[in-house]
Ligand binder design. Structure first.
Ligand SMILES: [Cu+2]
Length: 168
């Protein structure tokens, strides 16, 4: 019986350590959900692409909770070599996209990155990005703040993301 307490103690320590790491992992999403940041990131996601794709598009809503205009000025990801801010447009019937240096987020306003519009162009992934994975994205703003969030890799559901799309 003398060895019993020692064994339980060890098991307890393991569970306790696990509990601590889970606790720290949970802090970031909870803080984001409270909307305490100046710029709030909502519904971030990355469009799932075939395994050999060298580029992925990322989307989110960025909400400005301040009374000042804030510009989105940078984007990066530890999961990709390069990330740019792009805007898709139809020019002479052709779908094109161009890089944007910065995007203005109006005071108390928002910008919506979505298919056929603004997007994070995530280029040259360092690992295979599968359906259901999470991709870490870091955005930087003109007020010198930055924010890190995780985007879910999922399939494009047009009915949700582009409700006003017209069919011919
Ligand atoms: Cu693009």
């Amino acid at each position: 019986m003398g060895s019993r307490p020692g064994v339980s103690k060890m098991i307890f320590a393991k569970i306790f350590t696990k509990g601590i790491s889970l606790y720290f992992l949970c802090i970031l999403p909870i803080d984001t959900a409270l909307g305490s940041e100046k710029i709030q990131v909502e519904n971030p996601w990355v469009r799932h692409a075939p395994p050999n794709a060298s580029m992925h598009a990322g989307y989110a809503v960025l909400r400005n909770n301040t009374n000042q205009e804030v510009n989105l000025i940078s984007v990066s990801s530890p999961d990709y070599k390069t990330v740019e801010i792009h805007r898709s447009r139809i020019i002479n019937g052709l779908a094109t996209m161009a890089r944007e240096d910065q995007i203005e987020i109006p005071p108390r306003g928002q910008i919506r990155l979505k298919p056929k519009g603004l997007h994070f162009m995530l280029m040259y992934p360092h690992r295979r990005i599968n359906l259901g994975n999470k991709v870490r994205i870091i955005v930087g703003f003109s007020d010198s703040t930055s924010q890190q969030f995780e985007a879910d890799v999922k399939n494009f559901d047009e009915s949700i993301e582009v409700p006003h799309h017209k069919h011919h």
